[in-house]
Design a protein around this ligand. Sequence first.
Ligand code: TRP
Length: 346
Amino acid sequence: MPNPRPRAFSGIQPTADSLHLGNYLGALVNWVAFQDTFECVYCVVDLHSLTVGPDPAAIRDRTRRTAAQMLAAGIDPSRSILFVQSHVPEHAELTWLLNCVTGFGEASRMTQFKDKSLRQGSEGTTVGLFDYPVLMAADILLYDAAAVPVGEDQRQHLELSRDLATRLNARYGEGTAIVPEPYIVRATAKIQDLQDPTSKMSKSGSPGGILELMDSPKVLAKRIKSAVTDGDTEIRFDPGTKPGVSNLLTIYSALTGRGIDTIVEDYRGKMYGHLKADLADVVVEVFTPLREKTQSYLEDPAWLDAILAEGAARAREIAAEVYGRIAGRFGLLPPGGAGRGSSADG
Ligand code: TRP
């Protein structure tokens, strides 16, 4: 059957109870839009999250929570595949094959690994953390994904996926793997920490610095009111000298779709407090329906699990075929000579 839409793949780790504004604008909004042009495969990457070793109950809960928030944001399971990574065993299987073509030095050069392992020390660093980028490459190559929407922080990992795909094609013949294109999220959606506006909004930042999708309107308003602003009182966009106010303007613009210049014009001669009060309303208006939908999905875990099971079944159809193709090229004998490991192109 001809497939008119190219395929896109992306993944998100179930490492928090709530996604934050940075995840929402940096990833989810794009993923939702991608559904119009791509056949999208979106994955809650629970195997990746094991590299940080959260407790089992938390990972179970956060896997459902993350999926529920994706659905609430507009990932549509009738158009896209939404599934949990560990439900499709080919992710781990392809990782092994890719491990065997990845250089030790090549993997050692991944800056996220270097940063994290330096912080944790070699005894605290697992082989899983080292292998994280290879598992990510397996995620992508397993779906013959043409496009991968990710944030700037994933650029190097995506480069590795491209190198591995190119290497497979050189070693085992053209058509072994599709070389994925990165779609790095626009800089306008770069959301900074409210308390430390020179660093990126992230769950490891300051506690008052993030806006979470699942926060109550009261908490959201409080966080915005206590956001750090800058020396003078003028509302002006200048990330270099006025990072705090500029960040608030960026958020305002990203959530309303209005240009920063027109927003600045509206607040000419007004005080920071006005901007903050209005911004709190904007954020609450966007987040409230997302929070309410997420809560209602979480109240029906059987329904949610059924969506994820259906997604995994569809994902597996693709993954089994692609894995069979690649494994065959590696020279692995297909089980029973047929089924997933069709030897036709092996
Ligand atoms: N490493 C990505 C992140 O932390 C998550 C991820 C895992 C991913 N597998 C992926 C992203 C495949 C894109 C494609 O954001």
